[in-house]
Write a protein that binds this ligand. Structure first.
Ligand code: UDP
Ligand code: MG
Length: 311
């Protein structure tokens, strides 16, 4: 019998979870009877009643599994824990806030089993309901990162994906500590079908992503998938060497021929400011990569499990 694993990262989702479960259950019923399901709730260190609600659901429904972290490790860690512990032939990732409509599940499953795709991704067609400035920076981010990487990161792509075992195993085999799931999904390749849908507001609770958190996430994605900023820093350095060399020659000639008296300390100050700014900026870029390398090299676990019902 075929089995589908549904992974749901949850961080303070006590309000949304019951609604999510009801909606999911309704849509699972649309599947043929000979398919098994496993719903893995990953409690990412919630400090509300999320875990209690999961355990309540568990008493009514034996398809439910849970993994509870020792603290908040972030959505990426929750996704990874889910993937590593899922036993299904197919695996899907869904947010607990119903922004990833369960009504698409059957369609996604059929795209893999009937249309021969390896995976199905979803993307939003519009960013309606999102602050304008957030949309602007999101678009900018995708423009920049797609210039820097050799594979395409789809603008508006969500973490809501449906994958066969081969794709899941490929993603698990990427053992990096700094995980950017959307990038990893694009990186492994395979034959992916994209389904589009309108942006949906979360049913209950609040988003955990502030603008600052998103900015950090974007920088993480860039350093995880591209070394272009390092090349950029080297090129700026080279450019400045050439410019300064030409300036030196020009000044020597000017002094020898025209006998120029000492002058121009304001311009000198400007130049010093600018050049040292660029130096610090480049050093910062190198620092970003160094810090990522540092974290990778420690080989710390991506998550720590406190409690689970998965053997
Ligand atoms: N989430 C998580 N750990 C976190 C932050 C979020 O597991 O540290 C989960 C959250 O419970 C939800 C999903 O990730 O199921 C998406 O989070 P959210 O809805 O806050 O993000 P948004 O949809 O606003 O991008
Ligand atoms: Mg959401």
């Amino acid at each position: 019998m075929e089995k589908i694993s549904i992974i749901v990262p949850c961080f303070n989702e006590e309000k949304a979870l019951p609604l999510f479960y009801e909606e999911l259950d309704k849509n699972i019923k649309k599947f043929p009877n000979n398919i098994n399901f496993e719903i893995i709730f990953v409690n990412d260190g919630s400090n509300d009643d999320t875990l209690k609600i999961i355990k309540d659901l568990l008493t009514k429904d034996n398809r439910i599994k849970y993994i509870s972290f020792s603290r908040n490790f972030g959505k990426e860690a929750a996704i990874y824990a889910g993937l590593e512990n899922a036993s299904g032939d197919y695996v899907t990732l869904m947010d607990a806030d119903l922004q990833d409509p369960p009504s698409l599940l059957l369609q996604m499953y059929e795209a893999i089993t009937k249309e021969n795709y390896d995976a199905v991704g979803t993307k939003r067609v519009t960013r309606k309901g999102e602050p304008i400035i957030r949309s602007f920076f999101a678009r900018l981010f995708y423009k920049i990162i797609n210039k820097m990487t050799s594979f395409e990161m789809v603008d508006g792509a969500r973490d809501y994906v449906f994958m066969n075992r081969q794709v899941v195993n490929s993603i698990i085999s990427l053992k990096e500590y700094n995980r950017y799931s959307k990038g990893l999904f694009s990186f492994v390749g395979f034959n992916v079908k994209w389904i589009e849908y309108e942006n949906i507001k979360r049913v209950a609770g609040e988003t955990k992503w502030s603008f600052w958190k998103l900015t950090k996430y974007a920088l993480e994605a860039i350093t995880a998938f591209s070394t272009a900023p390092l090349t950029f820093a080297s090129l700026i350095g080279l450019l400045f060497c050439i410019v300064s060399f030409l300036l030196i020659i020009a000044i020597i000639f000017k002094t020898l021929i025209l006998g120029d008296p000492t002058s121009g300390w304001p311009s000198l100050v400007c130049i010093i400011f600018m050049v040292s700014g660029i130096q610090l900026f480049s050093l910062g870029i190198i620092g970003q990569y160094l810090s990522k390398t540092y974290l990778e090299i420690k080989k710390r676990p991506v998550y720590i499990i406190k409690d689970t019902n998965i053997e």
